[in-house]
Design a protein around this ligand. Structure first.
Ligand SMILES: NC(=O)c1ccc[n+]([C@@H]2O[C@H](COP(=O)([O-])OP(=O)(O)OC[C@H]3O[C@@H](n4cnc5c(N)ncnc54)[C@H](OP(=O)(O)O)[C@@H]3O)[C@@H](O)[C@H]2O)c1
Length: 332
């Protein structure tokens, strides 16, 4: 089969012929129709991720058809259209992943390939209203957004939510989920075009985080924010503390912009803020996310689709982040 392989960090992926996967006990072979990129794939290619192992097929997100089953695998999956939950080995606790937690696509071979071996425990039916590319765009970002908003962020209908960096894959689906849940959604972006697009999709308003006064503009026009969903961190984090309402929650799931240079602890304790971390999600989070996506017929926003052979072009697009939504690879 064809696959995009990371043979060495800081080098383009190689589009190679690889032996087809051999399923172990309890696994099926999924013939992938589409895969999607996450910033994790980019971090790994740049050597900015712990315990990188090469050679490896990257890719955490995929959708396809179950083509074959090995011993012990539930044969009822045969021939079904599926998506893959990329969070393996979450463990028993709903509050936090256990020591065996890992993400599909390093160390295990991932979805940037024509086929993949997957335990049936990671399979979920593809939502009928999604095309292959939309289905592939959903799992990792949808799961991360769902847990950040609901399991960790405790979002309630009617609350005000701020989602930072709306061009991001997680951010864009977080906006769709929060809007469906009846929240008033505000966004930030470095791009007015992306803000306009978010507003056309249901956001109440957007602010350019590269402008120094954006936080004051937001609070003077709309008041303070109940829940903030942030994947950037960095120097902009202190503005989030200013924007949060007293007793509000700031859920952080990423650090694209690095660590904050300072955190005003006096504001944190005086405003009685909840600073919460969130990482991907449990199997229950995945099921609940899928239920919501099906109920509200949510379609992940796709920025661009590339053939599998052009995966390096998709990764390059992540360097400067002109995208709005997900970058997808067509695998067959
Ligand atoms: N903990 C987890 O389980 C988990 C899961 C998924 C992702 N992550 C992490 O979360 C982050 C986002 O992931 P993703 O896949 O959604 O990435 P992505 O699609 O590549 O997101 C890129 C977006 O980040 C935004 N951004 C960049 N610098 C920013 C800043 N200083 N302030 C605000 N926004 C900024 C930009 O938004 P604009 O273009 O609108 O300016 C950009 O479009 C990454 O760091 C990723 O590693 C963590």
């Amino acid at each position: 089969m064809k696959a995009l392989v990371l043979n060495e960090i800081k080098r383009p992926l190689d589009f190679e012929d690889r032996p087809g996967p051999v399923g172990e006990e309890g696994e099926v072979i999924v013939r992938l129709r589409a895969a999607a990129l996450n910033r994790r794939d980019y971090w790994i290619t740049q050597g900015l991720y712990p315990a990188i192992r090469c050679p490896v097929i990257l890719g955490s997100d995929g959708a396809g058809i179950v083509a074959a089953s090995s011993g012990g695998a539930d044969s009822s999956w045969q021939g079904r259209e599926v998506i893959i939950n990329p969070g393996y080995g979450w463990g028993d606790k709903s509050t936090v992943q256990g020591p065996d937690f890992r993400i599909l696509g390093m160390p295990d071979d991932g979805t940037f390939a024509e086929e993949i071996a997957v335990p049936t425990t990671q399979l979920y039916p593809k939502p009928d209203h999604l095309g292959w590319e939309e289905a592939a765009a959903l799992p990792l970002a949808g799961l991360t957004a769902y847990r950040a908003l609901f399991s960790q962020g405790k979002l309630q209908k009617g609350e005000k939510v701020l989602i930072t960096g709306i061009g991001g894959g997680v951010a864009s689906i977080a906006m769709q989920l929060a809007t469906a849940a009846g929240a008033a959604v505000f966004v930030t972006s470095s791009s007015q075009v992306k803000i306009d697009r978010a507003v056309s999709m249901g956001a109440a308003a957007g602010f350019d985080y590269t402008e120094s006064e954006w936080a004051e503009s937001l609070t003077s026009q709309h008041g303070s924010i109940d829940l903030i969903i942030d994947g950037a961190g960095g120097t902009g984090y202190s503005a989030l503390i200013d924007v949060a309402s007293a007793g509000g929650r700031i859920v952080n799931y990423g650090a694209t912009a690095g660590a904050p240079d300072t955190i005003e602890l006096r504001k944190v304790f005086w405003k009685q803020l909840h600073l919460v971390g969130s990482t991907m999600g449990s199997g229950e989070d995945f099921e609940a996310m899928l239920e919501m996506v099906n109920q509200f017929r949510i379609k992940p926003v796709i920025d661009h689709v590339f053939p599998l052979s052009k995966g390096n072009e998709a990764l390059q697009r992540m360097e400067t982040s002109p995208q709005f939504g997900k970058l997808v690879l067509r695998t067959t």
